[in-house]
Write a protein that binds this ligand. Structure first.
Ligand SMILES: Cc1ncc(COP(=O)(O)O)c(C=O)c1O
Length: 380
């Protein structure tokens, strides 16, 4: 990513580099070597290092009030790699993967890296994916002789919409998946960045509590709660699914992903720095979200937006005469960027929508970015 001079980049869903926990990670790295010596540099356990798995299991038990044992967890190289591993090992030719629509566009890229899969979009509104629409698509897939295999979704502080799936739909979705033998891949990357009270329960926790633990693989990541450069995350899922992934050749060859980084992060978490860090990020990003929404009210009163309760993004709907793919050039000329809505759809959609990220800048800069966007819109 390169910052253009005098330009406000509201397209990048990335953390502000000034907020990254450089010193605490430096300390944690030294602590990891002190605590575990040469084990930090050797091959690691297939599922990931014990200290990190133990810490994560304890945290999930406290924060999600859900029992979890270490064989239900695998340390991943981040959510992107976790998704890719699931697609590699748990799909086959003739399978359909359903995709919440709109969705995170890099997930679409990862899905398309598996050309044996048919992708079927399922619409989502302000309360998340439409479960009845998924039910219809599953029937259509079966009628076409295909196997409905997986659903990829971001039910909590969604990218791009900022929304969270409603509690009723969470349960209905899990029940549908359990009845249809569908595996839900729950991308839970923004869970820790909640700004208005606790994050909703994960689909994984709901499924476990209803005896349907086999139908959700939840992907958690340290990318947003700590730092994206770590390339580190975790998966919670049924023991046989975890064992299958841990047994893959790529892990069998050398142990879990990013072993050294996982040991450093284990020390960071054990030191109590994780909780401090997310508390700081929540407070900082909440102020940035609020500044962005206030600026939208001031400078873009003709647009509608969904108020996000967490994450990095606000999803804006412009008046009908504005095609956001064409607005990019005008915005560029004013010195601000955004992602046009069409990018988040596998087919048609998003013509009048756009995504703004509020993670990268302090409140005053965000307000200025929205003001510039307002000027760009007036010139259309
Ligand atoms: C919904 C979603 N999933 C996954 C990722 C990337 O996760 P990771 O860096 O752990 O691969 C992002 C980052 O932007 C994201 O928004």
């Amino acid at each position: 990513m390169t910052f253009r001079p005098n330009f406000i980049e509201m397209m990048w869903g990335q953390p502000d580099p000034n907020l990254l926990a450089v010193e605490a990670m430096q300390r944690a790295s030294a602590d990891a070597f002190q605590r575990w010596g040469a084990q930090t540099l050797h091959y690691g356990h297939f599922n990931g290092p014990g200290p990190l798995i133990e810490w994560l299991c304890a945290r999930i038990q406290t924060h999600e009030q859900t029992e979890i044992s270490p064989d239900e967890m695998l340390i991943t190289g981040g959510n992107s790699l976790g998704l890719d591993q699931l697609l590699t090992l748990h799909t086959q030719a003739n399978d359909v993967v359903f995709v919440e629509s709109p969705t995170y566009y890099i997930a679409i890229h990862i899905l398309r890296d598996h050309p044996h899969l048919a992708l079927m979009p399922v619409p989502a509104d302000e309360n998340g994916i439409l479960v009845e629409a998924l039910r219809e698509r599953i029937a259509q897939a079966r009628q076409a002789g295909k196997r409905p295999r997986m659903l990829y979704c971001v039910p909590t502080f969604n990218n791009p919409q900022g929304t969270s799936l409603s509690p009723e739909r969470r349960l209905a979705l899990v029940q549908l998946a359990a009845a249809e033998g569908l595996l839900i891949v729950e991308d839970d990357v923004y869970r820790e960045l909640n700004y208005d009270g606790a994050a909703p329960p994960s689909l994984w926790a709901i499924a476990k509590q209803h005896g349907a633990g086999q139908c959700v693989a939840r992907l958690g990541s340290f990318a947003k709660s700590l730092a994206p450069g770590l390339r580190l995350g975790y998966m919670t899922a049924a023991p046989d699914l975890i064992a299958h992934i841990a047994d893959a050749g790529v892990i069998f060859s050398g142990g879990g992903h990013n072993h050294l980084v996982a040991m450093q992060v284990a020390a960071f978490c054990q030191n109590g720095d994780f909780d401090h860090n997310v508390a700081f990020l929540r407070q900082t990003y909440r102020a940035r979200r609020d500044a962005t929404l206030a600026a939208l009210d001031t400078y873009l009163p003709q647009c509608r937006y969904i108020r996000p309760n967490g994450g990095y993004f606000v999803w804006v709907t412009c008046p009908d005469h504005i095609n956001t793919s064409q607005l990019v050039a005008q915005a560029d000329a004013q010195g601000v960027s955004f992602v046009p809505g069409a990018k988040f759809y596998t087919g048609e959609g998003g013509r009048h929508q756009l995504r703004l990220a509020f993670s990268l800048y302090e409140p005053a800069m965000l307000a200025e970015g929205v003001r510039r966007l307002g000027v760009a819109m007036q010139l259309v």
